[in-house]
Design a protein around this ligand. Structure first.
Ligand code: ATP
Ligand code: MG
Length: 611
């Protein structure tokens, strides 16, 4: 399906630029297809587990046609942006007979935690992706490669490609140069291989304090790409690592560790977001040298960059999400309003909906801002097909059928899914007192109103046609009950039911049978499409804070009257409540026999409407 171009806008400073052509393709599939056609990936060996060149060299040919990976740092919960990357990487492996590894990029000792590892594993599974394929379990931790990374660092030193620098952080910064000015060589750049090896050993042995020395690649301090101006590759950090404890006191920099992790795992296509484009020359520089030293297997992995997912009305950055949670602007990481994957699950969004959305937005190199409506539409499309229909009255008011016998209860039949008659129908009880929506009655009807008002007839869906006779009010003039008479010959599904023509149709539940439940309704978490972004007319010195754009009314809790059978709904079961939208049983706060519901999404996009 083609996507309306106006829902995908190119990014610009002010987010107001004109409409772009919708990217509905995935350029990386073209890259993979061409690589496979060229045959250059066919001669790769795979030892059955990650390792240096020597391990793979004598091993059989890799049964996987390609290898991709999803490499999260376990320092937060995954968000919708990560879902794009997960579906892309696991999707490519699936499509091309490959494998996708889940690799925890846990090389930074300070911010990582088992809680995050567990939540990431859950989220990837929830999206329907698996690292268990054809007898391989490709779940890895970068921290288990630390010894190999040290070998790589020493090999670089030995070959004259790395040195220990002892400048202070400030001196290093001052000597790095700028975009227009070349950097200056460190006075320590000329150290001998022997001296560098000795110092690096002593760094590892814990002889020095944090920051006293640093290992740098020796490339070119005048390189136009600042990332090639002798980047740092190993630093001293006396910190306890969540997996390796106090075994190491030197830790690799991300830009050094990541390419090595890819090569050890025989990754063919290392796919990342565009901000790493400027790192690609170092990625290639490093791997070439380590392959020359015989440490890493050829063919080497290649890095490809795609544009990250940006969505309107949400923030997709771990840092901002952490702030929302820590400062209690939301009720935890799994708050259904948050664009985290745990939040999405609790909200009732479906993994299939994520897949459809990812297919529709495609994969490109153009930064764009995707309209949240596109995400919700994908969800609606999937849920319309999958979810059973039920009846719920969200703003209940009593309807009393005065000519219906007080003790009588009869069965009406409602289809479980209008698109799937094979899913059958269920019996819903009908009785003298029903709950209907407050908005379905008007004492004085507005123009075009077709439901209940005195003297008007309307159909109680799956039941009878009723004629409204009036209402009861309290001392404040509030309507507390509506009265009507029913027409016995008009029961839905019986011969002649249509003999009385009506224009209005309303849903209802029997008051004596209804299940009264708590329902949470959610609105956008932010009031503007790009929270925290500058707007037209902002003074030049004005800096906006994304928290100022929070919607303070994004959650409403109501008490609703539901069809009786919903009392038995199980955690995470989702339904379409007729006329209202899609609702899921909250997986945290529900009790057996007392489910609480979250509204996943309304039936139609209501954002366009004037409020
Ligand atoms: P954030 O920028 O939110 O802090 P991150 O990039 O630091 O996230 P990682 O754990 O390093 O988080 O990300 C794992 C993978 O997910 C990386 O390959 C990264 O490129 C990808 N990724 C992160 N955010 C997005 C996004 N918005 N769209 C697509 N891919 C993303
Ligand atoms: Mg990152």
């Amino acid at each position: 399906m083609a996507v309306a171009a106006s829902l995908i806008k190119p990014m610009s400073q002010d987010n107001t630029s004109s409409v772009a052509n919708a990217p509905v393709s995935n350029f990386i599939t073209n890259v993979v297809a061409a690589d496979l056609a060229s045959g250059k990936l066919a001669q790769r060996h795979w030892a059955g587990r990650p390792g240096p060149a020597a391990d793979h060299a004598s091993a059989p040919l890799d049964p996987a046609k390609i290898r991709t990976r999803f490499p999260p740092e376990p320092n937060g919960y995954l968000h919708f942006g990560h879902a794009k990357s997960i579906l892309l990487n696991f999707g490519l492996a699936e499509q091309y007979g490959g494998r996708c590894h889940l690799r925890f990029d846990d090389t930074n000792p300070e911010k990582e935690d088992q809680e995050y590892v567990d939540s990431i594993i859950d989220a990837v599974h929830w999206l329907g992706c698996s690292w268990d394929k054809a007898g391989e379990t490709n779940l890895y931790y970068a921290s288990s490669y630390f010894d190999w990374m040290l070998q790589c660092a020493e090999a670089l030193i030995t070959a004259g490609h790395a040195y220990v620098d002892s400048q202070s952080a400030d001196e290093m910064r001052a000597n790095r140069g700028t975009l227009t000015q070349p950097g200056k060589n460190s006075p320590f750049r000329g150290r001998s291989v022997a001296e560098n090896l000795d110092l690096f050993k002593r760094m590892q042995a814990g002889e020095f304090a944090d920051g006293q020395h640093i290992l740098r690649a020796k490339i070119d301090m005048a390189a136009p790409n600042i990332n090639l101006r002798d980047p740092a590759i190993y630093r001293i950090r006396h910190a306890t690592h969540h997996a390796t404890g106090d075994q190491y006191c030197v830790y690799p920099m991300y830009t050094f560790a990541h390419p090595i992790e890819d090569a050890l795992e025989c990754i063919t296509h290392s796919i990342c977001t565009l901000e790493f484009e400027d790192q690609r020359p170092f990625y290639d520089w490093l791997l070439e040298r380590l392959a020359d030293a015989g440490l890493l297997q050829r063919p080497l992995p290649h890095q490809y960059e795609f544009s990250r997912l940006n969505l309107t009305y949400v923030v997709l950055s771990k840092r901002k999400l952490i702030q929302l949670v820590d400062e209690k602007h939301v009720d935890g990481w799994d708050d259904p309003r948050l664009p985290t994957l745990v939040g999405a699950r609790r909200r009732g969004y479906s993994a299939d909906g994520f897949r459809l959305f990812a297919e529709r937005i495609g994969v490109s190199k153009n930064d764009s801002l995707i309209d949240y409506v596109l995400f919700e539409d994908a969800m609606r499309e999937v849920m319309n097909e999958s979810d059973l229909r039920r009846i719920a009255v969200l703003d209940p008011i009593k309807l009393i059928i005065d000519n219906y016998p007080a003790e009588q209860v009869e069965e009406c039949f409602a289809p479980n899914h209008p698109l799937h008659p094979e899913l059958g129908q269920r019996s819903v009880p009908f009785s003298r007192e029903l709950w209907i929506e407050g908005e379905d009655f008007m004492e004085v009807p507005s123009k075009g109103f077709r439901r209940l008002f005195p003297g008007n007839k309307a159909r109680l869906r799956y039941g009878y046609v009723v004629e409204c006779t009036g209402c009861d009010k309290d001392e404040n003039g509030q309507v507390i009950a509506v009265h009507c008479n029913y027409l016995p010959e008009t029961k839905s599904g019986t011969p002649g039911a249509d003999s009385v023509k009506v224009k209005g149709n309303l849903h209802w539940v029997s008051a004596a049978h209804a299940y009264q439940a708590e329902i949470r309704l959610f609105d956008r978490l932010f009031t503007v499409p790009a929270p925290g972004a500058r707007r037209d007319g902002d003074a030049p010195e004005l800096e906006r804070n994304f928290l100022d754009d929070l919607n303070r009314h994004s959650k409403t809790v109501i008490t609703a009257q539901l069809e009786a059978c919903l009392k038995d709904a199980q955690a995470e079961e989702r339904f379409q409540f007729e006329r209202h939208g899609y609702f899921v049983v909250d997986r945290v706060d529900s009790q057996t026999g007392a489910p609480v519901f979250n509204r996943t999404v309304t039936l139609k996009d209501a954002w366009g409407k004037a409020s």
